[in-house]
Write a protein that binds this ligand. Structure first.
Ligand code: PMT
Length: 399
């Protein structure tokens, strides 16, 4: 079975007899590595209880739009941002119609309106309802807006009819969901990405570092791999598991990261510097632990080499992308980095906002190149990484 490791799947369950299959669907999505949160419509709760799906997903099931308790924990906007994919299975004829018309009449339809992520639907209904011109028109409209429709299958129906309208089998559904996360946008290309902080040693037990968690760089590496690229991830010290199918080169200091980058970038098409590299390191790293005395001490710092600028200066340089972590004057400082480091693209993020940037699950960035400045909406780092990799792939391949 394909991998959905670390993917956030928001499962919407609507009213229909196939709602009982969502229990098995949750289990299979989780077996593929996905984290699953569930929203049920009132009609879905007539077929299966929220308690069952809570026990299987390991998280409270969301049922009400106007629930102060739920909003205080993970409200509808957070749920919308959390999701990498909204999967609605089963999707009733009624829900298809409401989604089609942009209604926000319950929690699930409101989350769909508030989200920037892909929506996939597994319709399930009586064969005559599926065949109705109104349902088919709704399906065509939803497809034309980029929503994915899985199924329905043919066969015997719970109501005694036979025909099209059965919900897609759950194992086939999970395969198709996994397929949504892969593309050939970067097949045949090599992508090198730096991630995380660097540590600059003061002595054997102390160092200078920063709050980068590596989440942004790791998400980019996963998105590049899913786009078909041979991916090398040069990682500073982080607490993240090495992603599957990606070659991870662990590093500690800026000097280590520079050496690893120069080696990895041979034959690369794209270099993305998401790491938060220390601009300075202690001039001398003490061989033994520095002892406390009654006096103040000063530490002399020396400048670290600039990794992304060094890559951009290579003769056969890859398409070179830097990040800009700024607390003010975002666009003008980022533009200075674009020119000063001779980059093809700068991805600027406002790290003064604790909800985005360093060590957060979400980020919001402005893409800055010589031609344009485009601000993307706030979204989770995995979804953002997919957007960024598609954008970079289009710039590199011209497709
Ligand atoms: O890791 P997370 O917790 O998910 O947080 C993500 C992030 C905020 C770290 C990431 O989105 C980000 O902004 N990374 C760049 C952080 C940074 O160091 O920005 P900067 O403006 O100081 O550097 C500009 C660019 O030069 C960056 O691409 C940086 O990698 C690169 N650089 C900087 C210094 C240096 N000596 N060598 C470099 O290559």
């Amino acid at each position: 079975m394909s991998s959905l490791v670390n993917k956030h799947i928001l499962l919407g369950v609507t009213g229909g007899i196939a709602a009982y299959k969502s229990a098995e669907l949750i289990r299979l999505l989780q077996k593929s590595g996905a984290e699953v949160r569930v929203i049920m419509t009132p009609a879905a709760q007539e077929f299966i209880t929220p308690l069952t799906l809570q026990a299987l997903s390991g998280h409270p099931v969301h049922t009400n739009l106007l629930d102060p308790e739920a909003e205080a924990a993970m409200g509808h906007i957070e749920l919308a941002r959390w999701a990498d994919l909204i999967l609605i299975a089963p999707a009733s004829a009624n829900f298809l119609a409401r989604l089609c018309h942009g209604e926000g009449s319950d929690l699930l339809s409101t989350v769909c309106l508030a989200s920037h992520c892909q929506i996939a639907l597994a319709p399930a209904m009586n064969q005559a309802m599926w065949a109705q011109a109104s349902t088919q028109e709704n399906i065509d409209k939803l497809k034309s807006r980029g929503n994915k429709i899985f199924g329905p299958g043919q066969g015997y129906q719970a109501c005694g009819d036979t025909g099209a309208g059965r919900m897609e089998e759950v194992d086939a559904l999970v395969e198709q969901v996994a397929g949504l996360f892969s593309s050939n946008l970067l097949s045949g290309k090599k992508v090198v990405i730096t991630a995380g902080p660097t540590r600059e040693a003061l002595d054997p037990v102390r160092y200078i570092s920063n709050h980068s968690s590596g989440k942004m760089g790791y998400a980019l590496a996963i998105a590049a791999m899913e786009a078909g690229a041979e991916t090398v991830l040069i990682s500073g010290p982080v607490n993240l598991a090495p992603p599957e199918k990606i070659s991870v080169v662990p590093t500690v200091s800026a000097l280590d990261m520079l050496a690893a980058s120069l080696e990895a970038v041979k034959g690369a098409d794209i270099f993305i510097a998401a790491a938060a590299v220390a601009d300075y390191r202690p001039e001398h790293s003490a061989g033994q632990k520095i002892k406390k005395t009654d006096d103040d001490i000063s530490i002399a710092l020396t400048k670290n080499p600039d990794i992304v600028a060094s890559i951009a200066a290579l003769e056969n340089r890859p398409f070179t992308v830097g990040f800009a972590a700024e607390t003010n004057n975002l666009e003008s400082y980022a533009r200075k980095k674009l020119v000063g480091k001779n980059l093809d693209l700068v991805i600027a993020n406002d790290v003064s906002n604790q909800a985005i940037g360093f060590n957060s699950d979400d980020n919001q960035v402005t893409l800055i190149s010589s031609e344009q400045a485009e601000t993307l909406p706030i979204m989770n780092k995995a979804s953002l990484a997919t957007h960024l990799i598609s954008y970079i792939a289009a710039r590199v391949t011209g497709v």
